[in-house]
Design a binder for this molecule. Structure first.
Ligand code: APR
Length: 191
């Protein structure tokens, strides 16, 4: 499924983000930047030790990465050029600023991509696995944040959400359709 925002596009696809060939892929990392399970584990396994080495150097120089923030490293053996490690919020019921922290994790990733002049970026569904963020609410935050960014000044022309489970893809499809059907002020026209 795709949604056009002017000449830019948001795409939804099911798959393994470690196979993506976009300029960068985004990792759903934790603040330690030292790897973990889920997509974090998959990226470090597929990308090899160079990525962890780069994360350790970043951690040594700038410390841990708080929720809502992101850092960028090389991509080791992966087909993409960069990995952006974004830390999403742990879900505590929704009253501890989780939505804003999740939006901030996406915005921080998009800004890092712009700082490096990247044109394409792939996101997983940040925070909806081990961190327990309900998928429908997370999908709405993710898609709105990306849409708003693509409606402004940016080098990015393509953002792809790479969703691991079919059910996650279905949830994002519903959220993107709702966003597209929100009238002209909503921006994207889904196809
Ligand atoms: N490609 C794309 N998406 C994936 C992949 C993959 N290879 N593997 C898992 N996912 C999906 C999950 O199905 C989920 O929808 O990524 C989404 C995010 O789940 P997690 O990886 O658990 O990330 P998150 O919920 O943000 O929790 C982060 O988990 O892995 C640890 O070190 C990580 O502590 C951090 C925490």
């Amino acid at each position: 499924m795709k949604a056009a925002i002017g000449a830019r596009v948001i795409e939804l696809t099911r798959g393994d983000i470690t196979h993506e060939t976009t300029d960068a892929i985004v990792n759903a990392a934790n603040s330690s930047l030292l790897g973990g399970g889920g997509v974090d584990g998959a990226i470090h396994r597929a990308g090899g030790p160079e990525i962890l080495e780069a994360c350790k150097q970043l951690r040594a120089s700038t410390g841990t990465c708080p929720p809502g923030h992101a850092v960028i490293t090389n991509a080791g053996r992966l087909a993409c050029r960069y990995v952006i490690h974004a830390v999403g919020p742990v879900w505590h019921g929704g009253a501890r600023g989780e939505a804003e922290l999740l939006a901030s994790a996406y915005r921080s990733s998009l800004r890092l991509a712009d700082e490096h002049g990247l044109r394409s970026l792939a996101f997983p569904s940040i925070s909806t696995g081990a961190y327990g963020y309900p998928e429908p609410a997370a999908a709405d935050v993710a898609l709105r944040t990306v849409r708003d960014h693509l409606m402004g000044e940016t080098s990015i022309t393509q953002v792809r959400f790479v969703l691991f489970a079919e059910t996650t893809l279905a949830t994002y499809r519903t959220a993107l359709s709702a966003l597209a059907c929100g009238g002209p002020e909503s921006g994207p026209s889904a196809s």
